[in-house]
Design a protein around this ligand. Sequence first.
Ligand SMILES: Cc1cc2nc3c(=O)[nH]c(=O)nc-3n(C[C@H](O)[C@H](O)[C@H](O)COP(=O)(O)O)c2cc1C
Length: 322
Amino acid sequence: MRCYMAPLEGITGYVYRNAFHRHFGGIDRYFTPFLTNRGLNHRERQDILPAHNQGMEVIPQILTNQADLFLELGEILAGYGYGEVNLNLGCPSGTVASKGRGSGFLARLPELERFLDEIFRRSPLPISIKTRIGFSSPEEWSEIFALLERYPMTELIIHPRVREDFYRNTPRREAYAYAYHRAKQPLCYNGDLFTPGDLADICAQFPNTGRVMLGRGLIANPWLALEMAGNPPVRSRDTLLEFCQEILEGYRAQMSGERPVLFHLKELWSYLSNLFEEEAVAKPLKRLRKANGLAEYQQAAEDLIAQCPFRAEGSEAWHKQR
Ligand SMILES: Cc1cc2nc3c(=O)[nH]c(=O)nc-3n(C[C@H](O)[C@H](O)[C@H](O)COP(=O)(O)O)c2cc1C
């Protein structure tokens, strides 16, 4: 089974990816959070610089509905030596979708068709696509799939929710099944894989699944990919602490001032806290969330990691709704 790290904007930037790769691993491909600015802005360029992505297979992701912008970013990425680029057809955020980008593009099929014709004709790099299965209703999927199918993409990553689901409801397996039984291109399943049991379940229903993408489950439990592959290392508190420390140092070097660093670390902990027993973690987590500075944060994180029992493996709960 090939296992990918999902792009999570605000979390899986290069600092996180490097720390993750050093301390955990089990990931075959890392997808960057979306790039969307003409010429790349400073943050985007830092994220894809080869010096910041050594030793990992990294696939940059582009979010746009303008073919010329997609192609321009493709040229820049090819210049940096990347071998593939991914198109985002899933982002549900209001500002993105209302402008017909991300999942919003799925509601404008004639426009999407013109865009795909153009980028597949002229892209300097092979293209993969990450998509939801519709904008408002799963009924849209057969038409969307029929369109996507026509293009020679390297793989189609399916998060089987519609935009209106955001991250609620359960993934719509019948939509994935529809593609599974018809697709000519390789498929990758994405959505709500939080435990090795969840993966086993998908594989039981779709035995030819050869690729999965892990998002929130992997951020909550960085050992997840290793545990899914069988024979994982014992969960080590030292490893977790070093991982968190490395991310903190990386953010400090990347961002100016303590506030944005703290903000991003607290966001990370809203996922990571799921690794621990719920009752035990509540108080230490509250303390961490209230930290006003990095010294206070660091002490809270150290105490939490040292004191809270891990949940039993395979029983991670998922609470956060985006
Ligand atoms: C905070 C956050 C940021 C995300 N950013 C991106 C992104 O930049 N590009 C993208 O394709 N998907 C993005 N996603 C969607 C995830 O990649 C993934 O498709 C989704 O979370 C479902 O997988 P999961 O259930 O394993 O988390 C984001 C999701 C979250 C929660």
